[in-house]
Design a binder for this molecule. Structure first.
Ligand SMILES: [Fe+2]
Length: 186
């Protein structure tokens, strides 16, 4: 490691590009099911399409038609396991609780399976698959005051919820608070 240079603090994750088995099926997933808008299409050997959540972003997600047939069928069910190499899951945040709940209703109404549904200490989440079996987390962020006192404890918290029926669309707002660990409470 060089001693005359140092890594700079990143602004965050900027965008994600996925190679997909069928670009039309993945297009419908990212637009009609997930709510992104198509920004541009380019030909780079194979077709690539760029999507954004809205103005102010150039692209959040891009997909590219994969030219090789998949070596194995897409998994039918996603779990946060370490069994496969590569991306475990991609988290898509919705702006607030109301849009998150409307998004869950939209997914359920379109027969998208929730493989896992639950409350983390810092997000409330549902886990689905994209058409190629990649894990997709649909979430909204809880208020920063809820979790930034002890991010590690918030990250380690998970309350599983029902994945089917109207119960899968319910959302509690009595968020557990994760205070700083050096705060002594009476
Ligand atoms: Fe996640």
């Amino acid at each position: 490691m060089s001693e005359s240079t140092q890594a700079q603090r990143p602004a965050g994750v900027n965008h994600l590009v996925l190679n997909v088995a069928d670009i039309e099926i993945s297009h419908r997933f990212w637009t009609e099911l997930m709510g992104f808008e198509l920004v541009s299409t380019v030909q780079l050997g194979s077709e690539m399409r760029f999507y954004r959540s809205g103005p102010g972003h150039h692209h959040d997600i891009a997909i590219m038609q994969c030219t090789q047939p998949p070596s194995e069928p897409a998994p039918q069910r996603w779990r946060p396991s370490g069994r496969r190499m590569g991306v475990n899951h991609i988290a898509i945040g919705y702006p607030d609780r109301e849009s998150f709940l409307a998004q869950l209703s939209h997914l359920q109404a379109n027969a998208v399976t929730f493989h896992l549904r639950g409350n983390h200490g810092m997000t409330h989440s549902a886990y689905i698959n994209d058409p190629d079996g990649n894990g997709i987390e649909v979430l909204y962020e809880l208020p920063v005051e809820v979790w930034d006192g002890d991010v590690r404890a918030a990250l380690g918290h998970f309350e599983p919820l029902p994945t089917e029926g109207p119960e899968a669309l319910e959302d509690r707002t009595d968020y557990p608070i994760f205070p700083a660990r050096d705060v002594v409470t009476a």
